[in-house]
Design a protein around this ligand. Structure first.
Ligand SMILES: NC(=O)C1=CN([C@@H]2O[C@H](COP(=O)(O)OP(=O)(O)OC[C@H]3O[C@@H](n4cnc5c(N)ncnc54)[C@H](OP(=O)(O)O)[C@@H]3O)[C@@H](O)[C@H]2O)C=CC1
Ligand SMILES: Nc1nc(=O)c2c([nH]1)NC[C@@H]1CN(c3ccc(C(=O)N[C@@H](CCC(=O)O)C(=O)O)cc3)C=[N+]21
Length: 286
């Protein structure tokens, strides 16, 4: 027995091949999707993610440009830079790597990015559009999760989805996308009492907390679909998720691993959004 493992990494590779073809077609029209990633400071985890984004962009043919700034950069300097990127015709996507240093107000930065170039899907305009079920840039991690579920034809409508974590970048939007797909959604967070009561009722359990072994086999309903978003670095340098994978995979019907699960899909949806933005900018719809 045991769960089927959903390798986001393999699905991501398939999708990138398709994207590569699409980018070739755009190139014939003289259009090259352009992504600018802004990284402030030298947090090792952020540097590693940014490297992954560069590599995936190269693979697909997205022109990705990294702007590295020292952690002494002021909020005004960053806002000025975003203003310049907003008006640059060759840039279709802007991503400011989070978290930002404490002296910079994250929300002000997110709101400064033009919604048309907000390929992270974090701008309130895009969040609002997602909420009302309009087509827009969906946040990459939630969109990647939804794409993984759909790739396995996992039924969402009518299912009880329990999301552990309520961050603006993962927990809240993944619950919203599942609601749009007609799931019944419950959110758990640090103030939830008797969390196990909810997680053991979940047909689809999404875990985005950031704590190793946060979810154990006893927290999971037999046959549940378990999506592990957490990325935690262990003392030996290896990555692990929020779910006790070995034990959980005996109980779940489907489960995602860490690494090679949700992470590679996040990056792939970022490229998807960047290509979408380039097409929208040129009023193309193939
Ligand atoms: N694979 C990928 O592509 C991505 C992975 N990640 C990873 O996912 C994890 C979560 O990221 P992110 O959402 O940004 O993290 P945040 O730290 O912003 O949010 C963590 C959430 O977990 C909740 N939480 C913390 N402790 C508990 C607890 N004891 N019981 C219940 N809930 C708890 C918090 O609740 P409260 O709101 O009450 O504080 C909060 O909502 C991290 O490991 C991160 O590295 C993140 C983005 C993308
Ligand atoms: N503006 C912004 N947008 C983001 O999308 C964003 C962000 N800020 N800040 C940080 C989080 C985290 N995040 C990840 C992306 C890829 C992997 C990923 O590819 N993980 C690989 C392993 C990578 C490795 O080995 O380091 C995997 O799970 O297999 C993980 C995490 C995006 N985030």
């Amino acid at each position: 027995m045991g769960a089927e493992i959903i390798y986001g990494k393999d699905l991501a590779a398939e999708l990138r091949l398709e994207m590569k073809e699409e980018v070739k077609k755009l190139a014939e029209k003289g259009i090259i999707p352009g992504l600018t990633v802004v990284l402030i400071g030298d947090d090792p985890a952020s540097q590693s993610y940014v490297k992954g984004k560069q590599k995936a962009s190269d693979e697909v043919g997205v022109d990705s440009n990294l702007i590295k700034l020292p952690d002494t950069t002021s909020q005004q300097e960053l806002l000025n830079l975003i203003g310049d990127l907003n008006t640059d015709e060759n840039i279709h996507g802007i991503l400011v790597q989070l978290p930002l240093p404490d002296h910079i107000e994250e929300q002000a930065v997110i709101e400064a990015i033009s919604p048309e170039k907000d390929v992270d899907g974090f701008h309130p305009i895009n969040i609002g559009r997602m909420l009302t079920g309009e087509d827009t840039f969906y946040p990459c991690t939630p969109f990647g999760i939804l794409t993984m579920l759909k790739s396995k034809n996992i039924e969402i409508a009518g299912k009880h989805a329990v999301v552990v974590g309520r961050s603006n970048i993962v927990g809240k939007p993944v619950g919203q996308l599942l609601l749009n797909e007609h799931a019944t959604v419950t959110y758990c967070h640090s103030r939830t009492k008797d969390m196990k009561k909810y997680t053991t009722e979940a047909d689809i359990l999404i875990v985005a907390v950031g704590k190793q072994h946060f979810i154990k086999a006893e927290d999971i309903k037999p046959g549940a679909v378990v999506i592990d978003v957490g990325v935690n670095r262990m003392e030996n340098g290896k990555l692990t998720g929020d779910v006790d994978f070995e034990a959980a995979s005996e109980k779940a019907s489907y489960i995602t691993p860490v690494p090679r699960g949700v992470g590679p899909m996040t990056i792939t949806m970022l490229l998807h959004n960047t290509i979408k933005s380039a097409k929208q900018h040129h009023q193309l719809s193939f």
